[in-house]
Design a protein around this ligand. Structure first.
Ligand code: HAS
Ligand code: CU
Length: 536
């Protein structure tokens, strides 16, 4: 492995391994929901598997991948990683924490699903392990910021390189978001799981959780956007349509990612309709930067197609490199987001939310957004990263070429059928043995379609893991290709969009405004709380 990138490479290796394990568990769940029998099938295995799948995919795969990507971007755009040793320390903290949490899940001691809502109670090591993962990621953020500061001292008048601009936005969102998580986990869940306190208030805990949980989705999405803005146009053979719009987008996410969490709590009592409406309005505002992204990135792809000679209205699409595994994966990720974003806008509308909340629709929604848009961008990016990090040619190129299409096809089946099943009332997170007979029968066919999708998804996931592992271990040695980033049609200039101190201050004020009063009200009530509940 290229020494400068060993830190990044190790993170990405862990991410891919977590992804591989989590995909196998995902298949188990989909088969289970379709009522297809396999050895040792049981309700406890189902819930253990749902928990492990969610935690490994949504928290471990993403966080390690994003950390690895951050190191690559710092090394390549700033020419340094300030505090590599600290970076390794953070890696071990995060890795040990993840393993500890995963072990307690697989031993059946933490069947709390990836949202770990109380009064479901996990083993203390689950919460402590998750905390270590987050603390590791905090240190990682500090290393990236320190690298940026060190670069800034040498380049005082320059605009921040766009990939770093996006990463800094990601890190700021992560710090603001995980503050809510820290209050929930350290202030409530850990003392409760250690039996220092007897009861817990689920509503307050959920409120802190969603302070974290919504910006969490932008912690996943923004690194994908960084790739869309700064790598995709280059691989497509074009230029970024507008660097300035990219900066506006990242800053808008810093401002608007956090104060929207009540859109996950429309059904919760104790929060007044006015505050839910406030968060709804802010949710629709945070849709805007994604619409700008749709415009800017698609315009950049059009530039690429036209630079290759396309002249018609749409034939530039065919000129794009659809047989390149990176491009195909990221291009399909974007197409999926048309539907993911549309679904998100439906979820955010109070009345329609009451139709889909807690149904399989939500699983459908996050498998298009996180499971396709983000996951396919990261998988595609792995094909771009690994040869450059390892100095080895991609192995099994044919497999790498079909893998993104398999994923997309599998997800069309899986996600569409879950969306429809949700509209027909299929609850999310319900073990299928309780869904048979006349009542459950109407969901069965859709669950079978979902299971067929899951088999295809699993085949795709295994292909991805095989390509990455084979490249790493046995790829032909080559001179590592350079990391090249897209130039923009107009070169960037220093602007107010680079002033992250200012934007962070505004974001803090917005969070206080959106959460201060409702939280004070919630905490003012006399609370009786709930004792712990462990179903298995
Ligand atoms: Fe969501 C629930 C609302 C985006 C993930 N979401 C979830 C959950 C997850 C999740 C995991 O308002 C479940 C949590 C749980 O377990 O309970 N979501 C939204 C909204 C957006 C949104 C308004 N979600 C995401 C993203 C996620 C994600 C991104 C992960 C990465 N979501 C909700 C709500 C709920 C919810 C409610 C709660 C539901 C409930 O009741 O429980 C927005 O950010 C979406 C904006 C996106 C767009 C799309 C722009 C399109 C682009 C692509 C253009 C491409 C083109 C084609 C044109 C407006 C950028 C390219 C062409 C080529 C040729 C290549
Ligand atoms: Cu949300």
């Amino acid at each position: 492995m290229n020494g400068r990138h060993s830190l990044a490479g190790t993170h990405i290796g862990v991410a891919v391994a977590a992804f591989g394990v989590a995909s196998a568990l995902g298949l188990l769940q989909a088969l289970s929901l379709a009522d297809i029998h396999f050895p040792h099938r049981s309700e406890s295995l189902y819930y253990i598997s749902v928990t492990a799948h969610g935690v490994l995919m949504a928290l471990v795969f993403t966080t390690f991948f994003i950390m690895g990507l951050g190191y690559v971007l710092a090394q390549e755009n700033l020419g340094r990683i300030a505090g590599r040793g600290v970076g390794w320390f953070a890696f071990w903290l995060a890795a040990i924490g993840s393993v500890a949490a995963a072990v307690t899940i697989l031993r059946g001691q933490s069947t709390v699903l990836y949202t770990f809502y109380p009064p479901l109670q996990a083993h203390p090591l689950f919460y402590i392990g998750a905390t270590l993962l987050v603390v590791g990621s905090w240190i990682w953020g500090g290393v990236i910021i320190a690298s940026y500061r060190s670069w800034r001292r040498e380049q005082s008048g320059e605009p921040v390189p766009l990939p770093i601009h996006g990463m800094l936005a990601t890190i700021i969102i992560w710090y603001l978001a995980t503050l809510g998580l820290a209050i929930e986990v350290l202030g409530m869940l850990v003392p409760w799981s250690l039996h220092w306190v007897k009861t817990i208030d689920p509503l307050v805990a959920r409120t802190y959780f969603w302070w974290f949980g919504h910006p969490l989705v932008y912690f996943w999405l923004l690194p994908a956007y960084v790739i869309w803005y700064t790598v995709l146009p280059r691989i497509a053979g074009g230029k970024l349509f507008s660097d300035a719009l990219g900066r506006v987008v990242f800053v808008m996410f810093v401002l608007l990612s956090v104060p929207v969490g009540f859109h996950h709590q429309f059904a919760d009592p104790g929060i007044s309709a006015g505050w839910k409406l406030t968060h709804t309005v802010l949710t629709y505002s945070v849709v805007y930067p994604s619409l700008v992204t749709a415009f800017t990135v698609v315009a950049s792809l059009e530039v690429a197609g036209r630079m290759k000679g396309a002249t018609g209205l749409f034939n530039w699409i065919g000129r794009l490199p659809w047989s390149d595994p990176f491009f195909a994966s990221v291009g399909l990720a974007m197409i999926a987001f048309i539907f993911g974003g549309f679904g998100g806008a439906i979820n955010a509308a109070y009345a329609m939310n009451s139709m889909v909340h807690n149904t399989a629709w939500i699983q459908g929604h996050f498998h298009v957004t996180l499971g396709t848009t983000v996951a396919m961008t990261f998988m595609g990016a792995t094909y771009w990263l690994v040869p450059r990090i390892s100095g080895r040619d991609l192995r099994f190129m044919g497999l790498a070429r079909v893998q993104p299409y398999l994923w997309f096809a599998g997800m069309v089946l899986f996600s569409t059928s879950y969306h429809i099943a949700g509209l027909r009332g299929l609850p999310r997170r319900v073990y299928s043995a309780s869904l048979t007979g006349e009542y459950g029968g109407r969901w069965h066919a859709l669950a079978v379609v979902g299971a067929v999708g899951a088999v295809i998804l699993f085949a795709s996931a295994i292909s991805y893991v095989i390509v990455v592992a084979a490249t790493w271990l046995a790829g032909r040695r080559i001179k590592a290709p350079a990391f090249e980033f897209a130039s923009s049609l107009r070169p960037p200039v220093p602007s107010i969009w680079d002033r992250f101190g200012l934007w962070t201050a505004v974001a803090v004020v917005m969070i206080l405004a959106a959460y201060g009063y409702p939280l004070v009200r919630l905490l003012a009530h006399h609370r009786y709380g709930s004792p712990p509940y462990q179903p298995f």
